[in-house]
Design a binder for this molecule. Structure first.
Ligand code: MN
Length: 191
């Protein structure tokens, strides 16, 4: 198989109580694994057979795009969390964020609001463009900001499968709690 399920850089129960072990086991072990399997099957015999993941996301459409997008999105999502890490941005990234949103707290408020107001399934993103401008954007379904020339730094998954076992319909509560497990050093390393 060309693409493989990423290994989590923490134990399945390491993010509790924000994300339960059960949610990690379903979200990473079942949902993401299914996207990986689907993608591997779909690209066989196509021009994407030997392409890397980002190229497939940028250039494909339909079922290949949906599964490739979900693999890339989840890879970014799962690797940005840590049971111990920097809970606030620092350095150049923090300065750039403050210049736009005024404060980290205000950024968090706007990011959560974007996630809450996204209708249906999708993702909210913090990204940077090639002129170093930061932005918060929303993408439906499998969308990823790289298709718009942006580089993603941080993302929250607002598909129900990301939070329903732990939070049921309370999407806003999960978004608020995710800040306590984000490792901003990971976001800064993508900057
Ligand atoms: Mn998901």
């Amino acid at each position: 198989m060309k693409f493989e399920l990423i290994q989590l850089p923490y134990a399945a129960d390491a993010l509790e109580p924000v994300i339960s072990k059960q949610t990690i086991e379903f979200h990473h072990g079942k949902h993401l694994q299914a996207y990986v399997n689907n993608l591997n099957n779909l690209i066989q015999g196509t021009k994407f057979e030997k392409a890397d993941l980002e190229t497939i996301v940028k250039e494909s459409e339909g079922a290949i795009f949906n599964n490739a997008g979900q693999v890339l999105n989840h890879n970014l999502y799962f690797t940005q969390f840590s049971p111990k890490g920097s809970r606030k941005p620092s350095g150049k990234l923090a300065e750039a964020m403050d210049a736009i949103w005024g404060s980290f707290e205000n950024f968090q408020k706007e990011f959560e609001a974007a996630g809450v107001s996204l209708f249906g399934s999708g993702w909210v993103w913090l990204s940077v463009d090639d002129k170093e401008n930061l932005s918060i954007t929303k993408e439906s379904n499998a969308g990823n900001p790289i298709t718009k020339g942006l580089k993603p730094l941080l993302t929250f998954d607002v598909w129900e499968h990301a939070y329903y076992l732990d939070y049921q319909n309370r999407r806003a509560d999960q978004l608020k709690n995710l800040w306590t497990i984000v490792d901003w050093q990971v976001a800064a390393s993508r900057y």
